[in-house]
Write a protein that binds this ligand. Structure first.
Ligand code: ZN
Ligand code: ZN
Length: 372
């Protein structure tokens, strides 16, 4: 995108030079130069403001019929308690390499129109969403409802019918009837009846393993080197929920630590994203770890890691943006994003046990790679 801006500036400068070299033309040229210098400075400021000098590359190899895309389905803007405008939030999401986002303000869908306006020309997929939940208890993120979905008593839903506040079952049904589904966000109050009911109804279809904002608060547990919801892993597998790593960002995102939801999509559209969630083709990538189901992660790793015979050794290449660590027998494997290593081995196939790819709290993924 930056290159595009530069090209446009250069083109405009070039056109100015075609005019007569009058004093006025020179002034115009000077002011154009000033504009160019200022825009370059602004771009440099924009690039350096947010902590990462290298652009985030989130491009994955294809996985069979699927494209692997990156998503974040929980974030806030000034429409609720976020610090950025919708435009700033979506542009920030683009800078950090997200393909699909949902702006999910508390009880509001107001950001959706601007999010589409900003994000779609950048090639992003914008899913309408909002955050709500039960009074003082579960927080729930609703996705894919129409932008005019009537939102009642957000975060104040009653646990039983006949109260002054909206009854959670009625509100969840309305979301489902409108074509939406719900994620159980930062599951800090555990796994109570409302969530079980929502799952049984097929309305709550996903859960956050990792929420980027809650830190050590909100009943997170420190495990596997970070604070998160490790008990959500067993719960998600038991109840067949889509797995999410979301930022829930309110202020500025930290580019290298912001959680990512990976999705295997058949098309880069809202439908493609929603189909992937409904089919549970998601995984969570956070704190240098990848968490998901065995089949899906096996397929991602099989596509991402290529082994080739090279002069009596094996070259292993990582085609993905995920740093991968593990061991092939006694050989340590440390594959940086998009990097190659060579190991002393002449076998026809190599089996790698991955330290940072997890199926459940105790099980790492091992994959087998044919040596080409
Ligand atoms: Zn929340
Ligand atoms: Zn939130």
């Amino acid at each position: 995108m930056i290159r595009k801006f530069l090209q446009r500036d250069q083109t405009e400068g070039g056109n100015a030079e075609l005019g007569e070299q009058s004093h006025r033309g020179q002034d115009m040229k000077n002011s154009l130069n000033l504009v160019i210098i200022m825009s370059v400075m602004m771009m440099l400021a924009a690039m350096s403001c947010c902590g990462s000098a290298t652009p985030v590359r989130h491009d994955f190899p294809r996985v069979g019929p699927y494209e692997v895309i990156t998503g974040d389905f929980h974030m806030h803007t000034k429409h609720s308690d976020g610090k950025l405008s919708t435009r700033e939030r979506v542009e920030e999401s683009f800078r950090w390499g997200y393909d699909a986002v949902a702006v999910t303000d508390h009880g509001k869908l107001d950001g959706y129109r601007v999010a589409r306006y900003v994000g779609e020309p950048l090639g992003m997929i914008i899913i309408p969403g909002f955050e709500t939940g039960l009074s003082g208890k579960e927080h729930l993120v609703a996705l894919n409802v129409p932008a005019d979905h009537p939102i009642r008593d957000a975060h104040h839903w009653a646990e039983s019918a006949g109260q002054a506040k909206a009854f959670y079952q009625e509100e969840l049904k309305k979301i489902a009837d409108a074509g939406g589904l719900v994620i159980y966000a930062h599951p800090h109050v555990g796994y109570r009846e409302p969530v079980i009911w929502g799952i049984e109804q097929g309305i709550i279809q996903g859960i956050e393993y990792k929420n980027g904002v809650v830190g050590k608060g909100w009943n997170t547990t420190e495990s596997h080197g970070t604070w998160w919801y490790p008990e959500a892993v067993d719960f998600a597998l038991k109840h067949n929920l889509a797995i999410f790593g979301n930022s829930d960002v309110h202020a500025n995102r930290a580019p290298d630590t912001s959680p990512v939801t990976l999705l295997l999509v058949t098309e880069r559209t809202n439908k493609g994203v929603m189909d992937a969630i409904k089919a549970r083709r998601t995984a969570a990538w956070f704190n240098g770890m990848l968490w998901g189901r065995k089949d899906l992660l096996t397929n991602i790793l099989q596509s991402s890691v290529v082994a080739k015979s090279r002069a009596g050794k094996i070259e292993i290449e990582n085609l993905s943006p995920i740093g991968l660590t593990g061991a092939a027998g006694s050989e340590k494997i440390d594959l940086k994003p998009y990097a190659k290593i060579t190991i002393n081995n002449t076998a026809k196939s190599v089996s790698i046990a991955w330290d940072n790819v997890w199926l459940d709290l105790k099980t790492n993924l091992t994959t087998q790679h044919k040596v080409q």
